[in-house]
Design a protein around this ligand. Structure first.
Ligand code: FAD
Length: 306
């Protein structure tokens, strides 16, 4: 209920204006977002890669102007150049949302594909990779189709699948072929019961079934969850299917369970931190608040006087 409310607020211009213009919210936002500019993002990635890997995400989504989509594509090209120039390409990749590259525009699939190709080509030249984030349900088919087309030229493009969707077991089977990089997450949006599991137990059950398909397949599973039970389950599956530590990775979000991230990395497992940066942090931030009531309480306390 609370989560649904916050996800609704994440699309509300009035709430956006209020939260964005409040200086009081800045310290809370800073817990989840690495900074506004490229220098701050690179500094955050440098700190992470001492023991982990990183995926940098230039915040932004649901672009409704062609010029903004063009600018985002150029910014991503600059970002991967910078990753290469800083000597970070072996440990830092990028994550991108197709709606930031134009997917939501009229004729958006072609625009987003063209932009994603530019980003992937620049990433390949810099020696790094791209993972395409998954967004709300109406974009799932277009996103997966775009990933398939990108993979014809850039086989290492990563895709994201959301365990809360009823279709995802089938998508896992489809996409778990040789060297396919798949990030499995629970799913961050508010989807209806006709397409998504709604209870925690159902989502966790689906996550387990999907992860088994990926771990027993021929691809490279990227286990994106902070849930300790699922992290343990991933280790058990990796052992059961004879995967060594270079054949899958754990992924977590910047600012969430940082001690668990370093503890896992210290055991020799590959851990990648998703690091968002940029000015368009509002919807991302609201999704993080909705995932944990304690985050909302912390956020609201920042407005209390004294
Ligand atoms: P939960 O059951 O939500 O949380 C398990 C535990 O983790 C909680 O008990 C708590 O201790 C901790 N935790 C979880 N969230 C928070 C939080 N916000 N603040 C503090 N503690 C928290 N979703 C998409 O829909 N599309 C994507 O492309 C996508 N990419 C992602 C990439 C990465 C690397 C990760 C880690 C997640 C991504 N997600 C994406 C978000 C994901 O779908 C979930 O919304 C989010 O990860 C919370 O789910 P959980 O698996 O951690 O499990």
């Amino acid at each position: 209920m609370l989560r649904s409310l916050l996800l609704t607020a994440s699309a509300s211009p009035r709430c956006k204006g209020f939260v964005e213009h409040s200086r009081l919210s800045r310290p809370v936002v800073a817990r989840f977002v690495a900074g506004n500019d490229l220098d701050q993002a690179i500094a955050a990635a440098r700190a992470v890669v001492t023991d982990r890997f990183a995926s940098l995400d230039l915040l932004g989504e649901a672009t409704v102007h062609r010029a903004a989509a063009d600018r985002t594509a150029q910014s991503y090209v600059a970002l991967v150049h910078r990753i290469g120039a800083e000597g970070l390409a072996g440990r830092v990749e990028v994550s991108v949302k197709l709606t930031a590259l134009g997917l939501a525009l009229p004729d958006g699939r072609g625009i987003a594909l063209e932009h994603a190709r530019e980003v992937c080509a620049a990433a390949r030249d810099a020696g790094t990779t791209v993972t395409v984030d998954m967004e709300q349900y109406p974009y799932v088919d277009a996103t997966l189709q775009t990933v398939r087309e990108l993979r014809a030229d850039f086989p290492d493009v990563g895709a994201v699948l959301q365990a809360y969707l009823r279709r995802t077991e089938a998508d896992c089977r489809d996409l778990s072929g040789p060297s396919s990089r798949i990030r499995l997450c629970k799913g961050a949006y508010d989807e209806g019961a006709s397409v998504a599991f709604r209870s925690r137990a159902q989502v966790d059950g689906s996550y387990r079934r999907c992860l088994r398909i990926l771990m027993s397949g021929k691809g490279y599973p990227m286990v994106a969850t902070h849930d300790p039970a699922l992290i343990t389950f991933a280790g058990e599956l990796a052992e059961a299917y004879g995967r060594d530590r270079s054949e899958f990775e754990h992924q977590m979000l910047y600012g969430i369970r940082p001690r668990a991230q370093t503890t896992l990395a210290a055991t020799g497992l590959r851990v990648r931190v998703y690091i968002p940066f940029g000015n368009a942090w509002y919807p991302y931030f609201m999704r993080r608040l909705g995932e944990r009531p304690a985050n909302l309480a912390f956020f609201l306390r920042s407005f209390a006087p004294g």
